[in-house]
Design a protein. Structure first.
Length: 241
């Protein structure tokens, strides 16, 4: 019986990991689809698509999945049409939240996102209701290693057109203007730097700290949004613990 139980536990864990990987691949495929639809299917000519493909490959997504998403965007495969929507609202304690969604069913997504906010004690707002609380910013992260000198990395980043560099938790975090993000990333790669993360994100201008029940409800809201298959990105001004 113990062997059978051990096998069941292993199989359960494998099924759980497969489910997590499947959800991740679904989101990555939709991201590739959107970028290819928006800027064409050639990653050399489409920086957004190139970033999406890089994220997919970093997650060990099969090349067939990547190709299928690009072909679907080009109309070479039959499939659904996705809409890109951004929801804005407030979570518990007045925390500002922005949710980027890619969906084939607007009504379903609106209902599910609204339910997640309401259940946590928050509420959805109108377009623009919290967007003013965030700045779009290019972010490039490089792992701190013994062979990298911070001053040299700073100099190379600034020379490439970056705005600033700071070090947090063994990571060099380079910030850029959204429009120069790709240029800076490519320049650093040309100098031999290995990029761990590169994206244009919404960065909160100020942050809100929560404790107790409000913090628990906010974490539950973020979990619910993260587990929604239509949600691509979540931004909030919640103060890190």
């Amino acid at each position: 019986m113990s062997g059978h139980s051990k096998w069941n536990n292993i199989q359960h864990k494998k099924n759980a990991m497969d489910a997590i990987r499947g959800k991740a691949f679904m989101k990555l495929s939709k991201d590739i689809f959107l970028e290819a639809k928006r800027g064409g299917g050639d990653p050399e000519m489409n920086a957004g698509l190139r970033h999406a493909i890089e994220k997919a490959k970093a997650a060990n997504m099969p090349n067939d999945n990547i190709s299928r998403a690009i072909k679907k965007a080009a109309g070479n495969l039959d499939g659904v049409t996705y809409d890109e929507i951004t929801y804005e609202g407030y979570g518990p304690g007045g925390v500002a939240v922005m949710v980027d969604v890619l969906t084939d069913n607007r009504n379903r997504s609106a209902s599910e996102i609204r339910h997640a906010f309401t259940k946590s004690g928050g509420n959805l707002g109108e377009s623009g209701s919290v967007a003013f609380m965030f700045d779009k910013q290019g972010i490039i992260e490089i792992e701190v290693t013994e062979d990298l000198d911070e001053d040299q990395v700073m100099m190379d980043a600034i020379d490439a057109g970056a705005d600033d560099l700071k070090t947090e938790d063994d990571t060099f975090i380079i910030t850029t203007a959204p429009e120069t993000h790709e240029e800076v990333k490519r320049a650093l790669e040309d100098k031999g730097y290995e990029i761990d993360r590169a994206e244009v994100a919404r960065v909160p201008k100020t942050k809100t700290a929560l404790t107790g029940t409000d913090l628990e409800k906010m974490e539950a809201l973020l979990d619910a949004l993260e587990n929604n298959d239509d949600v691509q990105d979540i931004y909030s001004n919640l103060e890190d613990a």
